[in-house]
Design a protein around this ligand. Structure first.
Ligand SMILES: C[S@@+](CC[C@H](N)C(=O)[O-])C[C@H]1O[C@@H](n2cnc3c(N)ncnc32)[C@H](O)[C@@H]1O
Length: 295
């Protein structure tokens, strides 16, 4: 299988996580298994990984890719917010490292047909976990104008949030907004041309905001940052790759304020030039690392 997602900052992650034979690691965002594959290689012959992903399609692909590791990898189709309960059910006390590689895989963005991308025309779904009930279309068609403006402002840091929410509410009285291209057109029309961003697509922030709201991404991150720290063995590393400032801020704050953790990277690590050229999606990545204190 040709993996259609390149693991971001792979060398930096394994250098920080330092997997060893016999270690037990958790990958909270298994995706297509790129990081886990390397962790299993480096922790052979007996290191193990518990890999979480809330997207069933991602897990199926990871299972294929990682089949050769047999029972050294355990696949968990759950949100990483269930980490404490899941590990307890598995009889696992402490772990030797925890990795989060937040957000979406390239496969979800480009090929899932679930409306994560503003390119093309796809149903406005945006659920990573298809068992969840609320879709982006539901929010866009049913949330109040004020709620929509708040979502765009707080989760997208979109300065034109009010204008966009107003336009959506005006349009949805005429027809339901159920496809991504309908939403892109509305955002494009709502923002006066002089305020159109120069470096990113005009709908980037609105799409980010809706995705965060649909998947409750920031709440989930806060929870796993707290629970994850409790599960680490003394000295074990907690590595988090984030892709936008809202996530990075939460990680930075949680690592600084949690008395169980010691910050290993006072400034986040970022990908090198060569990686950004090879994989443009890596450009916005930030890797922060903390270690569980010895006491
Ligand atoms: C950036 S990709 C991970 C890619 C992976 N590290 C690799 O190298 O192949 C993020 C993955 O995390 C999953 N995901 C995002 N939020 C999640 C959450 N709260 N719980 C579980 N999985 C989540 C997504 O479905 C996606 O497959």
């Amino acid at each position: 299988m040709q993996p259609s997602h390149l693991p971001v900052m792979l060398e930096e992650v394994v250098a920080c996580l330092a997997p060893v034979d016999g270690g037990l690691y958790v990958d909270g965002n298994l995706g297509l298994g790129g990081h886990t594959e390397r962790i299993l290689e480096l922790s052979g012959p007996s290191g193990r990984v518990v890999g979480f992903d809330c997207d069933a399609a991602a897990l199926t692909l990871a299972q294929e890719r990682l089949a050769r590791f047999g029972d050294r990898i355990l696949f968990v189709h759950e949100n990483f917010t269930s980490i404490k309960e899941t590990l307890m059910e598995l009889g696992i006390g402490k772990i030797d490292g925890l990795l989060l590689d937040l957000g979406l895989s390239s496969l979800q963005l480009d090929e899932s047909g679930r409306g994560f991308s503003f390119k093309g025309s796809e149903p406005l779904d945006m659920r990573m976990d298809q068992r969840q009930t609320t879709t982006a279309a539901q929010l866009v068609n049913e949330a109040s104008q004020e709620e929509l403006a708040d979502i765009f402002f707080y989760y997208g840091e979109e300065c034109q949030a009010r204008r966009i929410a107003e336009k959506i509410v005006e349009q949805r009285r005429k027809e339901k907004i159920i496809f991504t291209d309908q939403l892109v057109t509305l955002v494009d029309q709502a923002i006066p041309k002089r305020f159109h961003p120069k470096k990113i697509h005009v709908a980037t922030k609105v799409f980010q905001a809706l995705r965060i709201a649909v998947n409750r991404e920031l709440d989930s991150l806060e929870q796993v940052l707290a629970d994850g720290a409790l599960l680490l063995a003394p000295g074990a590393r907690f590595c988090v790759i984030s892709f936008h400032s809202l996530e990075d801020r939460l990680v930075k704050q949680a690592f600084r304020e949690n008395h169980l953790l010691e910050v290993v990277t006072p400034k986040p690590l970022t990908p090198g030039r060569a990686e950004c050229l090879r994989n443009p999606r890596a450009r916005s990545a930030k890797l922060r690392v903390a270690a569980r204190g010895i006491n």
